[in-house]
Design a protein around this ligand. Structure first.
Ligand SMILES: C[S@@+](CC[C@H](N)C(=O)[O-])C[C@H]1O[C@@H](n2cnc3c(N)ncnc32)[C@H](O)[C@@H]1O
Length: 297
């Protein structure tokens, strides 16, 4: 057994806000007649929640054979053989023996779409979800925001850190993303803007459009931050921004040369996938950036 898989699942199960948010969302859509499909079931946390809310049956679909073998052990250890059917395979190829009333899934990457959840669910639900059935989460939005850090992360490499010039380190910048857990809230220099929204039919970053980020606050632009907000059910939201204790998702940080900016300036950004990198390997995606200064128009 690859221990990295187990550690990943350990972090996900230890993320209390994640588990509690799904618990609340499932409570709203499950009763004792509900048939649930748990897509990407992993170590069955969401299956367990569905059963706790009285689901009649859960189909747990898991593509990774090692994790599916772990799930099989868990089902047997809990005596769930009558209420849970494990399907080891890619959800895009699965046809369930009966249609589900609810699909639940947690395939959000740090930025939101990099694990291809929207596309996987579209294919799976077309075959396996009854018309009018519920999907948890119902919507995932990826946001980009221009930020100034408060002496942390990429903001550390400034002209004055403990009285020392560290800005020379910025010359070593590579235009790829950092994964970061925030310990202090950065200053938002402008409103976050939507990059990808499954609610308007976007499925991923591949077709992401260029975005304009107008700045409303003067300061020093350090980076563009990327994060997601998932609406699990009406009024139940889960986001990796701001980072919280136990959060298993980092935020994305595209580092920039620290640049003084004024209110009214606009940062134009566009994620770009470098030649030869995998679509899912989003940390290698570059962010093309251009600053349009208010005084220079
Ligand atoms: C982020 S984990 C979530 C696990 C579990 N649902 C939970 O919330 O704790 C996603 C799981 O989906 C599985 N997975 C990814 N793509 C899949 C696919 N196309 N079909 C089925 N399972 C998939 C992964 O192997 C992984 O175990």
């Amino acid at each position: 057994m690859d221990q990295r898989h187990l550690l990943m699942h350990q972090a996900m199960l230890g993320d209390r806000r994640r588990v509690e948010s799904y618990d609340q969302a499932l409570a709203a859509v499950i009763d004792e007649n509900t048939v649930v499909a748990d897509v990407g079931a992993g170590t069955l946390a969401l299956t367990a929640l569905a059963l706790r809310h009285g689901a009649a049956h859960v189909y747990a679909v898991e593509a990774d054979p090692q994790i599916a073998a772990v799930a099989d052990r868990i089902i047997k250890a809990n005596g769930w053989q009558d209420r849970v059917t494990l399907i080891a395979g890619d959800a895009r190829l699965v046809r369930l023996p009966q249609q589900a009333d609810v699909t639940v899934c947690e395939l959000m990457g740090n930025l939101g779409p990099e694990e291809d959840m929207a596309r996987i669910l579209r294919v799976f639900n077309r075959r396996n979800l009854r018309p009018g059935g519920a999907v948890v989460p119902e919507r995932v939005v990826t946001w980009l925001a221009p930020v100034q850090f408060d002496a942390e992360g990429w903001g550390i490499w400034s002209e004055d850190f403990l009285g020392m010039r560290l800005d020379v380190v910025q010359e070593l910048i590579e235009p790829t993303a950092h994964l970061h857990f925030l310990t202090r809230q950065p200053t938002l220099l402008g409103e976050p803007a939507v990059l990808v929204d499954t609610g308007r039919g976007d499925t991923g970053l591949r077709n992401a459009r260029p975005l304009a980020l107008p700045l409303h606050t003067a300061g020093t632009l350090h980076a563009v931050l990327g994060y997601f907000t998932a609406t699990l059910a009406p009024g139940i939201e889960l986001s990796n921004m701001p980072s919280y204790l136990g959060c298993n998702w980092a935020v994305f940080v595209w580092p920039l040369r620290h640049t003084p900016v004024a209110a009214g300036d606009t940062v134009h950004v566009r994620p770009r996938r470098p030649e030869g990198s995998a679509a899912r390997d989003v940390t290698r995606w570059r962010l093309d950036c251009h600053l349009d200064r208010v005084g220079e128009r």
